[in-house]
Design a protein around this ligand. Sequence first.
Ligand SMILES: NC(=O)c1ccc[n+]([C@@H]2O[C@H](COP(=O)([O-])OP(=O)(O)OC[C@H]3O[C@@H](n4cnc5c(N)ncnc54)[C@H](O)[C@@H]3O)[C@@H](O)[C@H]2O)c1
Length: 302
Amino acid sequence: MGVLDRRIAIVTGSGRGIGRDIALYFAKQGARVVVNDLGGATDGSGQSPVADEVVEEIRKAGGEAVASHDSVATVSGGQAIFQTAIDAFGGLDILVNNAGILRDRTLFNMEEEDWDAVLNVHLKGHYCCTRPFARYIRETNRLGCRVINFSSVSGLFGNFGQANYGAAKAGIAGFSRVVSLELEKYEATVNTISPGAATRMTIPLIEGRGLAVDTSDPTRGPQQIAPVVTWLASPAGKAVNGEIIHVSRGTVAIMQQPTLIRTFKSDELWTLDQLDGVIPSLLEAKRVCDERAAKEATPELI
Ligand SMILES: NC(=O)c1ccc[n+]([C@@H]2O[C@H](COP(=O)([O-])OP(=O)(O)OC[C@H]3O[C@@H](n4cnc5c(N)ncnc54)[C@H](O)[C@@H]3O)[C@@H](O)[C@H]2O)c1
């Protein structure tokens, strides 16, 4: 018996990296898994049957899985991925929106196709895959489902050279907040992961900063994300909704959601002179808040 016994899950982009480890962990915990992956290069070009290899691995270990080679980036692809779960296993309980690509360039050099490709896989991909599932949850009144989305510090904090990726990843956090409200009455949870792991997506970036990557270190590799995603997908995670959980370098953390820190009110239109006084007070309140949060976020060793 595993914590996901007989649950039906889709993990997008699970032919490699973080998604692959989630699919393997889910299967070990008893889930029946749709391993979705287009199998392209990091920039999204090309295709390959990596999903089949993960399905083979799961089956060899005694688990249940089927492959899906559709793209998350189109409405028809999202519908086909959803339909794979229905056809193979007769339902769907868990969707992990993990598929991703990168086209890093500064805004000066970012062409429309770099912008569109990244927004389509990440932000539109979340829409394309989640919408059929949300409609199914409502139509069949399927209770207790889970959606786990993938954001990034690139969008949540900001990262040089990733305006397309950062915009998509920040958009995903907003998407999750809204969908968590819309699915709440079906006892579903919708949460967001902010991962950090050495994968083909990040190893070149880490090495580009002159740092070495030890892929055998479990606190650096993609396998560190799977237990947290599995916990959120399991019955233990039923009360966690609309949160952003950061998992990186052996740490697990909760992120602050956008919130008001300090407020001033006027019954008249603000004058520029008043703002000369008020804005510095707002900035000071934010500095104090950031300082306190940074102190409280120092990792505690378990
Ligand atoms: N690795 C990190 O440190 C890190 C940090 C922040 C966010 N993320 C996010 O985590 C997720 C997983 O990243 P990863 O590091 O494992 O990368 P990865 O490149 O190893 O895996 C991503 C997978 O998604 C698949 N994919 C790409 N486009 C697809 C499409 N249109 N349809 C279906 N599959 C598609 C790829 O073929 C690949 O197998 C991504 O959303 C990424 O943006 C990763």
